[in-house]
Design a protein around this ligand. Structure first.
Ligand SMILES: Cc1cc2nc3c(=O)[nH]c(=O)nc-3n(C[C@H](O)[C@H](O)[C@H](O)COP(=O)(O)OP(=O)(O)OC[C@H]3O[C@@H](n4cnc5c(N)ncnc54)[C@H](O)[C@@H]3O)c2cc1C
Length: 435
């Protein structure tokens, strides 16, 4: 399969789980009342909601690769409520932040409900997360963030170097603001749990790539070995939207690379001061995301780039892994050179103004995605809510989503990739010490 995540590469979260036998591909033409394209968090959640609400309807869910093994399995596992803002403390800035926070809170609550309802074992831990900085350059930003949290009655704590190093087992960070909502989780296990929760009236076809869609009264969905005619269609392919001609001028994909170590051994656990599970996001956009998991592994993601073909060659991957190792050793110099056990890429989806896609793009065809790095919660929430919308129902959450700004217009390629690459390079320069 080209242009899509490989099924059997090094994604650590997938590799440490038992293998799953994928369902067969669709190999004959069908007519359907409901079709959902994309079986990540968004598509799975939409399928579960629709199937539970319409028990007599068949819902066809198709994915180009193995279900749940795209970005949904490959992310860093932060189910977020708060996000770091750049210190916009005007009334409009605070109101916009509150709107985003409320949506993330709904999303976190939904994921928690799903985890409980379907008994999903995904290493759920409400341990909070640190927005941390290794220099004093971000002191104002972090102080403003703490003031913002206080003004909205969101619990946040400021940590100085000494206390922080005791919590994280490294002297690397100078300061941090800790927030307490959301959860840390094993993303591939959450995705697997949602696949297992699909009701019997969902027909899941895997390794069935949609090549083209003609939007009409009956949408014509062309796959490699089959054509589907669908009365209602939900497109939930996130970073791959543009490949299907959807929201090309509003949302664009970015390629991220991450690594997971083997479990630390007893002497390494001692060297990291036997700390509990923790999670760090950088105070700089381009700084490293780092986790220490309950089973004593470290995960790092410290690179992001524009991509034309949605994958990385071997030589580039080697450079990224070397960069991950450097980032880990900068924080934990006792780690050996072969500590990284798994490295992988994933595709995320971004807009210019941090806005999301939640739209009826043609009669009886809806698209969701573009979560700007926050798609564990929002993917599940948008999936649930687009199912309500497709059934003609209105909800308070739909109103909340629709009050948010729409993604701004983006220039066409190749100007878009040039512009984004330049912006990333500038941000990267500011975050050299945080990588
Ligand atoms: C490295 C990394 C770290 C991240 N960290 C976080 C984090 O900590 N917290 C967070 O909230 N979010 C994070 N994200 C973002 C998050 O993973 C995504 O927003 C989320 O997975 C989106 O879910 P989705 O179902 O919309 O898309 P995906 O999980 O991408 O699912 C889309 C599915 O569509 C399928 N598909 C694509 N094209 C076609 C086609 N033509 N035909 C059929 N099927 C198709 C794909 O195979 C895929 O399975 C991260 C992303 C990456 C890559």
């Amino acid at each position: 399969m080209t242009n899509l995540p490989m099924n059997d590469d090094g994604c650590g979260w997938l590799n440490i789980m038992p293998k799953r036998q994928p369902n067969s591909a669709l190999d004959k033409d069908v007519n359907a009342k409901w079709v959902i394209v994309g079986a990540g968090f968004s598509g799975l959640s939409a399928a579960i909601t629709l199937a539970e609400k319409q028990p007599n309807d068949e819902i066809i869910l198709i994915d180009a690769a193995n279900a749940g093994e795209g970005a949904s399995a490959r992310n860093s596992g932060y189910l977020v409520d708060t996000t770091l803002n750049d210190g916009h403390m005007s009334d409009t800035g605070i109101a916009a932040y509150k709107q985003k926070y409320d949506l993330n809170l709904e999303a976190s609550n939904l994921v928690k409900q799903m985890v409980d309802k379907y008994s999903i074992d995904c290493d759920w831990n409400e341990c909070g997360k640190y927005y941390a900085s290794s220099t004093f350059d971000n002191e104002d930003k972090l102080n403003n963030f703490k003031t913002l949290l206080d003004s909205l009655n969101i619990k946040g704590e400021f940590y100085e170097h000494k206390e922080l190093s005791q919590k994280l087992g490294t002297e690397f960070y100078k300061m941090a603001v800790k927030t307490f909502g959301g959860a840390m989780l094993q993303p591939a296990a959450l995705a697997r749990g949602l696949i297992n929760a699909l009701p019997a009236n969902v027909s899941l076809y895997e390794n069935t790539k949609v090549l083209k869609i003609n939007f009409a009264n009956q949408h014509i969905i062309k796959c490699k070995n089959a054509t589907i005619k669908a009365s209602n269609l939900i497109i939930a392919v996130n970073g791959y939207m543009a490949q299907l001609g959807v929201k090309k001028d509003r949302a664009f994909p970015l390629l991220l690379t991450a690594s997971l170590t083997r479990a630390l051994n007893p002497s390494e656990i001692k060297a990291i001061k036997q700390v509990d599970e923790w999670a760090v996001l950088s105070a700089n956009h381009m700084g490293a995301t780092l986790r220490y998991t309950a089973d004593n592994r470290l995960m790092i993601r410290n690179s992001v780039q524009v991509t034309r073909d949605m994958q990385l060659g071997n030589a580039d991957m080697k450079l990224k892994v070397a960069h991950h190792l450097k980032g880990l050793k900068a924080r934990f110099d006792f780690l050996p050179d072969d500590i990284i056990a798994h490295s992988w890429t994933g595709i995320t989806c971004i807009s210019a103004n941090n806005a999301n896609v939640f739209d009826e793009i043609a009669p009886n065809c809806w698209a969701i995605g573009c979560y700007n790095g926050g798609g564990i919660g929002l993917g599940c929430l948008f999936g649930q809510e687009i199912a309500h919308k497709a059934l003609g129902e209105n909800t308070q959450i739909i109103e909340l989503i629709e009050q948010r700004p729409k993604p701004k217009w983006l220039p066409p390629q190749p100007f878009l990739n040039w512009g984004v690459a330049t912006k990333l390079a500038l941000d990267r320069r500011k975050a050299v010490e945080e990588a």
